[in-house]
Ligand binder design. Sequence first.
Ligand code: ADP
Length: 199
Amino acid sequence: MLKIGLTGGIGSGKSQVATLLEEWGATVVDTDLVAHQLCQTEGLAIAAIAEQFGPEFITAEHGMDRQRMREHVFANPAERQRLEALLHPLIGEEARRQVMAASGLYVVVVVPLLIERGSWRNRVDRICVVDCDEATQKQRVRERSGLTDEVIERIMGAQATREQRLAVADDVIVNDGTTSLHELSRQAEQLHQQWLQQR
Ligand code: ADP
């Protein structure tokens, strides 16, 4: 099965593109969603979180207490790293399982840090980058989430630059401040047709 790694900075439009491709018959595996699922009620990460961080981080419904964990790691980068080290292999394992089980026309794996972390780079057949200028990224994230500029800039600072992403891209979708949703869809459709030929 053809595997496309879809990446791009925060607010670039990855989810928007993934939604379209899914509508057209691709199977989408979103690693952020996988991370969320792992920490939900009875999720696969709950036992390990309870063991390593303590039962106070688990809710009565047996999910991770997200608010409490967010506050805990916000104040303590070493703890954030510890949580990431715990989740990262589980996310990889579960995402790979979902890729193996995919029944769509092809698989799209949405990996925000595909370039930065590299573990998916050799597991996909093509890397598709959603490219966007930084000012537009910031504006979209501000509108979507209400995060402060400081927090947005910190997130963006930890991500690869546009140039680094474009350097490894096999396919590029331009979704900057002048791109309409119609134009975004047109570019995605063109790649969808191309990938169908490459299966
Ligand atoms: P990502 O998944 O890369 O973080 P999203 O797909 O969630 O980005 O897009 C961020 C926000 O910007 C969303 O609210 C989305 O609807 C909006 N958006 C993305 N592309 C466009 C566009 N071309 N025109 C208008 N709004 C857009």
